[in-house]
Write a protein that binds this ligand. Structure first.
Ligand code: NAD
Ligand code: DAU
Length: 340
């Protein structure tokens, strides 16, 4: 059996990856290490929690005792755990530095002592390239992160590379574009706008709505990671982009069409500070390994809307009775919505 450690496996992408791995890799035994922050939800692992090939450990990646012992047992580490929301990083970046940078360092230190580790996947992001006025970012392009989340991820990305270059840790780094799909926490634009639309609440569109994101279905992301685990080259970086560049205002209209709600719900609010205008990835390198996205954006977005419509019991308690979320929402949107 291959022992796989998944950090952050109770979050959005991590939990989709755990389910994907258990379904497609009968020879893998998966351990999820997750702190269960506001974004980590055990219900995301429903089904996996009863699977004899999966174990769940509640713990913090910055805790060297826990991380060291789990990394030592692993053949593969897929490191998703992070603070991930740009707007929260703008309010305060301390947790981003602690988890995304220092937590990654703790795991890498354990990885350099590990005896049979064959791959350490550092999950990075397209945000490390910064805003892309034209063309598409290649893996060799300069990193120009422009918000504290992106900068913390860039630090972790290069720290992982340094542990390959200095100590020979078998690191591959992946930089994915914006993911969407089931179980994404409703602070991110797609689940926030779908669930607000369901409830006939305003959709707070930042700035002029012209910012462009490249949308990647979470299962296409999982398939790409699988390929990099098996066929990636140590020390290399792989972009993972869906090839679906959509302006936020167009995305918002698509969500309104799919939920049958009026355009009058769109509420233009003051922009996110340092808001990157556009991300775009050149995925030639990954495609050469044999990957291409399988989920079209129109179909994937329709299915995602249907998932949130069918799973109100997943998101309604977060939005309606979770004090942490309500406090965040008031801080992020209260004044913005009043000003609009
Ligand atoms: P998420 O916020 O949904 O989940 C993060 C998970 O990490 C949660 O389960 C949380 O409990 C856990 N976690 C946080 N701090 C921890 C700590 N100190 N110790 C242990 N666990 C901790 O995030 P996501 O959207 O699933 O993103 C996963 C990874 O993918 C992140 O590294 C993120 O930077 C990267 N990424 C995300 C996207 C995207 O569009 N969502 C795109 C590219 C890259
Ligand atoms: O690009 C990859 C990144 O994508 C990941 O590394 C991050 O972890 C992930 O959060 C995501 O970052 P973004 O900032 O692009 O995602 P978010 O969903 O927050 O915003 C997407 C776009 O929508 C962005 O241009 C800002 C805009 N937006 C967002 C929110 C939450 C709005 O207009 N209104 C909103 O209320």
């Amino acid at each position: 059996m291959t022992e796989v450690l998944v950090t952050g496996g109770a979050g959005f992408i991590g939990s989709n990856f755990v389910h994907y791995a258990l379904a497609t890799r009968p020879d893998w035994r998966v351990t999820t290490l997750d702190k269960l922050t506001y974004a980590g939800r055990l219900e995301n692992l429903k089904g996996a929690l009863d699977d004899p090939r999966h174990s769940f450990v509640r713990g913090d990646i910055t805790d060297a005792a826990v991380a060291g012992c789990l990394v030592e047992r692993a053949d593969l580490v897929v490191h998703f755990a992070a603070e991930t929301h740009v707007d929260r990083a703008i309010h305060g970046a301390a947790d981003f530095i602690k988890t995304d940078v220092f937590g990654t360092y703790v795991l890498l230190e354990a990885a350099r002592r590990a005896t049979h580790l064959r791959r350490f996947i550092q999950i990075s992001t397209d945000e490390v390239y910064g805003t892309v006025p034209d063309g598409s970012s290649r893996e060799t392009d300069e990193l120009k992160p422009r918000n504290p989340y992106a900068a913390s991820k860039a630090g972790a990305d290069r720290l992982a590379y340094s542990f390959f270059a200095t100590y020979g840790v078998p690191v591959c780094i992946t930089r994915a574009s914006n993911n969407y799909g089931p179980c994404q926490f409703p602070e991110k634009v797609i689940p926030l706008f779908i669930t607000n639309a369901v409830d006939n609440q305003p959709l707070p569109l930042y700035g002029d709505g012209g910012n462009v994101r490249d949308w990647l279905h979470v299962l296409d992301h999982c398939r790409a990671l699988d390929l990099v685990i098996e066929h990636g080259v140590d020390g290399e970086v792989y972009n993972i982009g869906g090839g679906n560049e959509v302006a936020n205002v167009d995305l918002t209209h698509q969500i309104l069409d799919l939920t049958g709600r009026p355009a009058s719900l769109i509420t233009r609010v003051p922009d996110r500070p340092g808001h990157d205008r556009r991300y775009s990835l050149d995925t030639t390198k990954l495609r050469a390994l044999g990957w291409q996205p399988q989920v079209g954006f129109a179909e994937g977005l329709r299915e995602t809307v249907q998932w949130y419509q069918a799973n109100e019991s997943w998101w309604r308690p977060i939005k309606q009775s979770n004090a942490e979320f309500q406090s965040y929402y008031a801080t992020q949107y209260g004044e913005r919505l009043r000003l609009s």
